[in-house]
Structures are given as structure tokens and as C-alpha cells.
Design a protein around this ligand. Structure first.
Ligand code: COA
Length: 260
């Protein structure tokens, strides 16, 4: 599969997807969103891949937002469609993927860039990273899940302040807010993400998929997360990974999961 704006690498069961428009600070245009969808789907369907890392190319930006030049003349209908398509193709798609997705925030993560990082299951940042939702400075609001996921991650008051001021926070503030799990140097960011990904790869892929669904269900209106947890927990007992995991423990050996 070929991409114009994405680099796709696979190594040791870890796929690294790099958004590659450095001259536009990796801004998400329509083509990039479509390619990201295809790349993430490709990684999900590839039985040799267990974890996906998303990052930006160059030393300056993860993603500096949705591509402003593409929507500057949009009508109400076009704006509504833009957000709805984005949710479906990329942001909700990643959040509900059956495989873990980690954001390696290597620089500016603004607007749609921060929204992309927040749709991932967790985030790490390099010490030069700057994060914010500057949409109200353009006369719009975050439209790729930012008004929902930012309060979930850092609390309503802090999210309101970030959204209303359109300001940026640095990596250490993001760490203190719980928006990112770790801050590293730029050089260490990808190696450290891969170290965490490798730990995830030791565990049962089917159980991880169930855990993603159960955790996400807490944030879905009309869904009882405890009920989803009970159902997913029960399902695990019918999997080969459960038999392998418990047998390996009792036999005092390392489990060899097949993801079935
Ligand atoms: N959409 C389209 N193009 C973008 C972009 C975006 N969100 N963010 C950056 N770019 C482009 C710039 O237009 C510029 O292109 P050009 O060289 O063809 O003029 C290039 O990327 C480099 O950006 P530049 O602004 O020159 O870099 P900078 O270091 O001076 O500033 C930022 C960096 C991130 C502060 C600034 O680019 C910015 O504010 N970007 C928009 C952020 C934003 O509002 N995002 C939310 C969108 S909803």
C-alpha cells in the first residue's frame, strides 16, 4: 500500500505510523486523514502487529491541526460534514480500535493534532512539545472530539480554560495534568514508546482488545461500563489466550499468546 503523506514501518510487532507533511507542520488535510484511516486499518488487520505508534515527522510538530486552508470557505453543511467524517474515519475509529494506539507527541499538537493524540489510548511527549486547542481563535470550536476528550482527560475546569484561552501548554504541564503519561527528550521519545509497546506485546491481544472496549464504555452515553466489563470478562474464558495464560502461570513459564 502506498501513501503520499504517511510513513508506515513495522518492527517487532509494532507499527509506527508517521504523519509526513513537515512543511505544513503535518497538518491534517483530507488526504492525510484518509491515509491515516487506511494505515491504521492495515495495522489492525495485520496479524503480526500488536501495537501502533502514531507520531509526526520532523523535529517541530506532531500535528499542527486540521489543514486550515481546506476549510476556510466552508458552509455550515460542509463544516458539519467535515467534523462528522473526521470522527467516523479517524478519531472514533482509533479510540475504538481493537489494538492499542500510542501517540508519540514530538512537537506541536494543536487543534486536530491534540485531538488525534487524545483519540489514541495514551500519550507520551518530548520535552519540546506544546499542546493546545486554538480553534476559538479562528472562530470555530474543536470539532474532532476535543470538547469531549479533553475534559475526560484533564477535568472540565482545565479543559474549559485551555479551550477558551486557545493557549498552549508545555510538555511538563501536560504531564502534571495527566494529558501525557511521560515526558522524554526528543531522541528518547520513540525508543521509550517502543519499550512500552514491547511490554504490551507480551500480553494477550484478545484480553487487551476486551480491556479497550470495557474502559471506553465508561465514556459512552447510554452504555453501562460495568455491564460491558462483565460481558468482556466472561468472553475471555472462551479464548485460547486465557487457557495459555493461566496454564503458563501454573507451569511457571512465559505465556505464548496467539491472540485467539
Ligand atoms: N493548517 C494549514 N497549514 C498549517 C497549519 C494548519 N493547521 N499549521 C501550520 N501550517 C503551515 C503554515 O501555513 C506554514 O506554511 P507555509 O510555509 O506554506 O506558509 C507552515 O505550516 C509552517 O508554519 P509556520 O506558521 O510558518 O510556523 P511557525 O513556527 O511560525 O508557527 C505554529 C508554528 C504551530 C504556532 C503555527 O503554524 C500555527 O499557529 N498553526 C496553526 C495552529 C492552529 O490553529 N491549529 C488548529 C487548526 S483548527
Amino acid at each position: 500500500m502506498t501513501f503520499n503523506n504517511i510513513l508506515f514501518e513495522e518492527d517487532n510487532s509494532i507499527a509506527t505510523i508517521t504523519i509526513n507533511r513537515p512543511n505544513k507542520l503535518n497538518a491534517l488535510n483530507k488526504e492525510t486523514i484518509a491515509e491515516l484511516h487506511r494505515a491504521v486499518k492495515l495495522a489492525e488487520e495485520d496479524g503480526d502487529i500488536n501495537v501502533i505508534i502514531i507520531t509526526g515527522s520532523g523535529e517541530k510538530a506532531f500535528v499542527a491541526g486540521a489543514d486550515i486552508s481546506e476549510f476556510a470557505n466552508f458552509s455550515v453543511e460542509e463544516g458539519t460534514k467535515l467534523a462528522a467524517n473526521g470522527h467516523k474515519m479517524l478519531f472514533d475509529f482509533i479510540e475504538n480500535l481493537s489494538k492499542p494506539v500510542i501517540a508519540a507527541v514530538n512537537g506541536f499538537a494543536l487543534g486536530g493534532g491534540l485531538e488525534l493524540a487524545m483519540a489514541c489510548h495514551f500519550r507520551l511527549a518530548s520535552d519540546n512539545a506544546k499542546m493546545g486547542l486554538p480553534e476559538v481563535s479562528l472562530g470555530v470550536i474543536p470539532g474532532y472530539g476535543g470538547t469531549q476528550r479533553l475534559p475526560q482527560l484533564i477535568g472540565k475546569g482545565r479543559a474549559m480554560e485551555m479551550i477558551m484561552t486557545a493557549g498552549m501548554i508545555d510538555a511538563n504541564k501536560a504531564l502534571s495534568y495527566g494529558l501525557v503519561n511521560y515526558v522524554t527528550t526528543q531522541d528518547e521519545l520513540l525508543p521509550f514508546c517502543k519499550k512500552i509497546a514491547a511490554k504490551i506485546c507480551n500480553n494477550s491481544p484478545v484480553a487487551i482488545s476486551s480491556a479497550i472496549q470495557a474502559v471506553n464504555s465508561n465514556f459512552k452515553s447510554g452504555v453501562n461500563g460495568y455491564d460491558v466489563e462483565i460481558k468482556e470478562f466472561g468472553k475471555c474464558f472462551g479464548t485460547a489466550d486465557f487457557i495459555e495464560g493461566t496454564t503458563a502461570f501454573l507451569e511457571k513459564r512465559k505465556a505464548n499468546f496467539t491472540g485467539e
